[in-house]
Ligand binder design. Sequence first.
Ligand code: SF4
Ligand code: ZN
Length: 709
Amino acid sequence: MGLFDRVFRGSAEMYAKAEAELTAAISELGESAPMKMPDTAYFLSCIYAFLGKKVTTLGELRDALAEIQSKMTTNQRLKDVFTSGIGTAMAAEVIEATKYARTPTPYDGTDYHGHFSDAEVRELGVPLVTRDIPGFVVIIDPAPTDEEAVALIKGYQARGIFVFLIGGVIDQALRGGISMGFPVRVVPVGPDIWAVGHIISLVERAAMIFGAVTPGDWEAFTEYSFHRIFAFVNAFSPVSDITVACGGGAIAMGFPVITNDKDDMWAVPKSLIIQPDTTDFIETSLEARDIKIKVTNIDIPVAFSTAFEGEIIRKKDMRVDINGARQDCFELVRSRATQDVEDHKIILDGPDIDKFPEGGAMNLAVIVDVYGKNMQSDFEPVFERKFHSFLNCVEGIMHTGQRDIIRIRVSNAAFEAGFRAKHFGEVLYSKIKSEYEAVVDKCQVTIVTDAAKLKELRAEANIAYDKRDMRLQSMTDETVEVFYNCILCQSFSPSHVCIVTPERLGLCGAVSWLDAKATNELDPNGPCQVVTKKRPIDERTGAFEDVNEAVQKYSHGALEQVTLYSILEDPMTSCGCFECICGIEPASNGVSIVNREHTGITPLGMTFSEMASMTGGGVQTPGFMGHGKHFIASKKFLKAEGGIARIVWMPKALKDTVRDRLNKTAKELYGIDDFVDMIADEEVAEDAEALLEFLAEKGHPVLAMEPLF
Ligand code: SF4
Ligand code: ZN
């Protein structure tokens, strides 16, 4: 039987299963039963994306399924293979959705992940943009042996590729002791082939969130995934018809399928590739999807990969605990004169890890001295902030915090593999030299573990931090000569441009003015360019002719003008990876802010996901704006609308994060003490009525402000 027939037979099979499941669900729950996938503002996203239909009940799902069937044509043309393939993906979504119609948590208590939340889709956004995650693979069905499965998964992990698993390969991974979960980037999606519905849903939401693709515009979706999502499929032999049909959908979206099924009748160049040797799967796959991987060779006894960034090391698994809150620990980058730096010298001053009690506390300071002709002291904090991700990429090391509030755990396994204190130095040396080669000529690392010396060294480090903070604080949008743009996110949001200023960092929270400046100097043709600010138009809103010109240029004409300080008048666009979103709360004339981690409802009657779905994709949406956490305490936040006094609601956790800085700004701007206590949170108000009551009780300054409209 030819390939086309197998696709058509497989899609008919998927449709029949969807129809049976849906009929059963309707007879059990009724047509008007609500149909909602958890934690998403995009309905059943495959159906929403490809058909433009917002399914909210089982009855509507049945209508959608009829339309899906109409796409599963079988006229033997290649186009039918593609539409039937995508129809198969939608039918898979229907099957999975019926599980969620019965309970919002059908996979609780199993090894499977199931549906992805919008927050997870967004979480993938930044690393995909920065290419920390160079792509993702969907592995379907068991490999010929457990060993091959484990080797394949680990091989992808080591290259930073995000791994989704479906079917029997999950049992193989479990037997092989692979730790799985969203944070470690190996996700067991579901036991059956229809779990692909969850992955396609994730892809389509990325297109809506980051690419502002219009629901219903079928071709725009396949176009987006083809050009911007670096995914591919590995399917093990014997490949069933239904998997072949899903493969048709994958290929339609631009994702090649690599298999060891020897049925050579169905090889399609660049799209459906037969690779009989599973040890060559990785290479064949990366080549087929044109993914190039940058490897840094680091001389350490454990693996180094972004796959380990989310790894958690529990108390019982740790060899030592380095805790800046209890001992004198810190990290510091210093720029030094050439004679003070010997390249690749790593000094250990004090006892090594094995001299500290098992499972006990250890003190540690890491001092990185760099010399470079083009090095500037402004780059020190930029490098230092990267320690977190550099060290987290080490298998068996968990790192949080920065400066003298670091917390590092070294696992027993890493210790037994031979990991010692000097290896911190090896990692930092290699990464700093490779990432910052344009400005770092020489780099030397000193690791101090001698408690007697640390107290004094820590005090010295604190003097350095304070000096930097003073410089940062004295830096305002008025005192600097230039701003920078950032277009890193254009690989996902083709028309999005961030303008980064000292008082307004990029909305992802990861790019401050100093970062942008460093990026510009490290890579003059890179994503951050100088934006002058010589021709102001309106100081109140932060409008500049030069900024508008830059925005026009870098958005390729999609944007005419932006302001830096307004949410209502030409606000800056959002890509999709913002840390927070603020939105006008009409009843109080204020704004509510919600951070990505908060899953509950806001007084606007919307969750983060729902508010976020109002903006994004590089489009201006007055009244809603994505922004970084640190922008909240800025004197420029909502300046055109009266400033931070407009903030009426934030989740409690976010309030705690920004409390000190926000209180300080409120004191300076309005002379108000403890302003954060006047802002409502989820504990006192989740609707407008309770919010107004709370604001009145606290005498919140917004009540005396001009109406927003
Ligand atoms: Fe993306 Fe803006 Fe962050 Fe740059 S600053 S990475 S464009 S969100
Ligand atoms: Zn972004």
